[in-house]
Design a protein around this ligand. Structure first.
Ligand code: VG1
Ligand code: CO
Length: 542
């Protein structure tokens, strides 16, 4: 039993969308990680006799953190911890292992798309026995515990050999080191027609996958190159490094620019994709085309029955509120419900567990299904490949025919990163203060029809989540959403989500920024965000 030195991991702030994320050096302070871990074990009623899965995206401090967690789990009476070899597990693979081994839960070490390294970011989150992120009841309890915790339990033991597959003992606890890839690859083989994808690739269909020096490297190399026969070199940046090659493992047109440039060039691949640090998100590209994540969700939903694991179709679709309403059109045509949840995967868990939805997605490039309880980057890539193999056509053709059938939801997200927190909070508060009087007012060339803050009533457990983003609905159907990021570690990040619908008989081939010009100007006019933040353009446009 070790007394905790004064330490408040959340700094009095309730956790955001995905556990605890801070600078790596903050995590490396004495007792810091321990405070979070013991608070988590206490929040789930202790660990006696329980089994956990532990793994991370391989960033700096991953291995040390795992050794600390293993000692604490043993001291807290756990029966077994299953760890990925080398401490590696992608987030969806960890979710799969929790479900497959029926463990009580798991700890995932990642700050996802945030850069890694001693001067970058680290993170940790707890997942429950369904394999999904802990719901707010548990994250709130962890947060409360961190405020009052006085001591934690650990052992003084040598390190476990994380390289050796098989069982070792730590105190009275079993540590089972497993290959991080095989179970996951097996699951993918059950959901998709590897034969069809193999034939597509053998026919010369060229694929490029950018693992961004992060955890999907070993998964993508094994599945795409070894199992599906794609040529060596199909996977680039495929060896996970502790600082992600000093890059930013965020699969978007800014951080994966070399890949985007390649597909836009004359002799680029037919299909390209990238994944983020922990492997739960994806970017999809075809020759000459970037598929927005919102459109990807809609296309996957409309075509998912072509994959063997989904031949019976969809129970329903769920999307996060800022995600475009393209998926709603698909749901309508299939006669199934489309649920709208707050940002963050944890809200999909109840809907999936209750059998209400089969596929879920977020505008931030997270897509997934009921096969695990996390978003899953490679899953989305393989589903796209399975669909392309069945339809024998190009990504561009699939997009054009989708828009001709359903209309096009022009969409873009503008991020203003690392802005002063006070400026960001005041900007949001000022709009909230005017919310009731905004209807009918002009903003640049548009008129506001309605404005509100999104609140979610969970239809399964009845919980209510309020203040989940500011929504501005304009006359004519355009929409803008403003919210502050919950995953950043420096200042505040303001996300502005912009959307406008164009019917099937309209102009379906505009440049998205041009198509959204009126909405962009309306938000600028209403919030004066450029004057307030001192930025004349967003840092990242997706
Ligand atoms: C961002 C995304 C959100 C996603 C979250 C975690 O959150 O917008 O859609 O679920 O990251 O994804 P925020 O609060 O910064 O907007 V990941 O890949 O970091 O686990
Ligand atoms: Co991620």
């Amino acid at each position: 039993m070790i007394s905790v030195k004064s330490c408040d991991p959340f700094e009095g702030q309730k956790p955001g969308t995905s556990g605890l994320r801070k600078k790596t050096r903050v995590f490396m302070q004495p007792d810091y990680l321990e405070t979070f871990v013991q608070s988590t074990f206490d929040a789930i009623g202790g660990l006696a006799g329980k089994r956990l899965v532990v793994g991370g995206d391989g960033r700096y401090f991953n291995r040390d953190a795992i050794q600390t967690i293993l000692r604490m789990a043993a001291a807290n009476g756990a029966a077994e911890v299953i760890v990925g070899q080398g401490g590696l597990l992608s987030t969806p693979a960890a979710s799969n292992l929790i479900r497959k081994n029926k463990t009580d839960g798991g700890l995932i070490l990642s700050a996802s798309h945030n850069p890694g390294g001693i001067d970058a970011d680290f993170g940790i989150k707890y997942n429950i026995s369904n394999g999904g992120p802990a719901p707010e009841g548990i994250t709130d309890a962890i947060f409360e515990n961190t405020k009052s915790i006085r001591e934690y339990k650990t052992l003084t033991t040598a390190d476990i050999d994380l390289g050796a597959i098989g069982q070792q003992t730590l105190g009275d606890m079993t540590v089972t080191v497993v290959d991080p890839v095989v179970d996951y690859a097996q699951l993918m083989g059950q959901l998709f027609s590897f034969e069809k994808i193999k034939a597509l690739l053998a026919g010369g269909f060229a694929v490029r996958f950018d693992a961004m020096h992060a955890v999907t490297g070993p998964y993508a190399t094994y599945i795409l190159e070894d199992l599906l026969g794609a040529p060596k070199g199909t996977v680039i940046n495929g060896v996970p490094s502790e600082d992600f090659g000093k890059g930013h493992p965020d699969p978007n047109p800014i951080w994966a620019k070399p890949l985007v440039d390649e597909v836009m060039s004359d002799n680029g691949p037919d299909f390209a994709a990238a994944s983020d640090g922990d492997g739960d998100r994806n970017m999809i590209l075809g020759k000459g085309i970037y598929v927005t994540p919102s459109d990807s969700l809609a296309v996957l939903a409309a075509n998912i029955h072509l994959a063997p694991g989904y031949t019976s179709g969809l129970a329903g679709i769920a999307r996060s509120m800022p995600t475009s309403r393209a998926a709603d059109e698909v749901a309508k045509s299939l006669g199934v419900q489309c649920y709208e949840t707050p940002t963050g995967w944890k809200f999909f868990g109840n809907l999936l567990d209750d059998g209400r939805v089969t596929i879920c997605g977020e505008e931030s490039a997270g897509t997934g299904s009921d096969h695990v309880r996390e978003k899953d980057g490679l899953w989305a890539v393989l589903l796209w490949l399975n669909i392309l193999a069945e339809r024998q056509t190009s990504v561009t053709d699939i997009m054009n025919s989708h828009w001709q059938a359903f209309g096009r939801h022009y969409y873009s997200r503008h991020d203003y990163e690392a802005i002063d927190s006070e400026i960001a909070n005041t900007l949001m508060a000022d709009i909230v203060a005017q919310l009731d009087s905004l209807s009918g007012t002009k903003a640049a060339r548009l008129t506001i029809a309605d404005a509100n803050q999104f609140a979610y009533d969970d239809p399964v457990d009845g919980s209510i989540s309020r203040n989940q983003g500011l929504r501005l609905f304009f006359e004519g159907g355009a929409r803008a959403v403003l919210r502050l990021s919950g995953t950043g570690t420096e200042g505040a990040t303001l996300r502005v989500y912009l959307e406008r619908f164009e019917a099937p008989n309209g102009d379906l081939n505009m440049d998205p920024q041009a198509a959204l010009k009126d909405v962009i100007d309306a938000v600028a006019d209403l919030t004066q965000l450029q004057t307030r933040t001192g930025r004349n353009a967003p840092d990242v446009i997706t």
